[in-house]
Design a protein around this ligand. Structure first.
Ligand code: SF4
Ligand code: SF4
Length: 159
């Protein structure tokens, strides 16, 4: 192969080869993919952001709220969350496991556990939060938050 053919076929012009020789640029074939840029570290926990987004989506799409109304609701949920976690009695429940640290699974911004999978009884109906917030379901650690369980019922086909 002639030298000129080689440069054309390899995608390297003479100027590129010249610069590459001095470490000023690389000589790559056109089809060689560029390395993906490094993704900067997230400032807020990813899980918290995605959970809020999921709740907002649910409020807008399934409850018919405007984006502003959904944002207001999320602010109210955030305000209630510390109280729910303080009053939660999940840690006294037979279903709770030693590896879990989260509580307040009934709350929309918490949702189901990533660790608990086996249902062995649910103490939720005896919890003060359950009564105060007129909750209707249970096993929030395995079956998702009150809001998600209620929304799932709305989607069930009528018998
Ligand atoms: S109702 Fe259940 S999940 Fe909710 S705070 Fe009480 S014990 Fe915890
Ligand atoms: S959500 Fe209900 S079943 Fe799950 S740990 Fe709490 S009290 Fe127990």
């Amino acid at each position: 192969m002639k030298r000129r053919d080689f440069f054309e076929k390899s995608g390297c012009g003479l100027a590129t080869v010249f610069l590459a020789h001095f470490g000023l640029t690389s000589c790559k074939k056109a089809e060689e993919p560029e390395a993906a840029p490094e993704v900067p570290a997230q400032e807020a926990p990813v899980e918290e952001i995605s959970r809020k987004d999921m709740v907002k989506k649910m409020l807008v799409e399934k409850k018919g709220m405007t984006a502003e109304e959904a944002d207001d609701m999320i602010v109210q949920l955030e305000e209630k969350l510390p109280m729910v976690k303080d009053m939660c009695i999940c840690k006294t429940c037979p279903t709770y496991v030693a590896d879990e640290t989260e509580v307040g699974f009934c709350h929309a911004l918490v949702g189901k556990s990533k660790i608990i999978t086996e249902e062995k009884g649910c103490n939720c109906p005896t919890c003060p939060v359950y009564k105060d917030m007129s909750l209707k379901n249970g096993y929030y650690c395995t079956r998702k938050s009150e809001m998600e369980q209620e929304m799932a019922k709305m989607e069930e086909p009528a018998e």
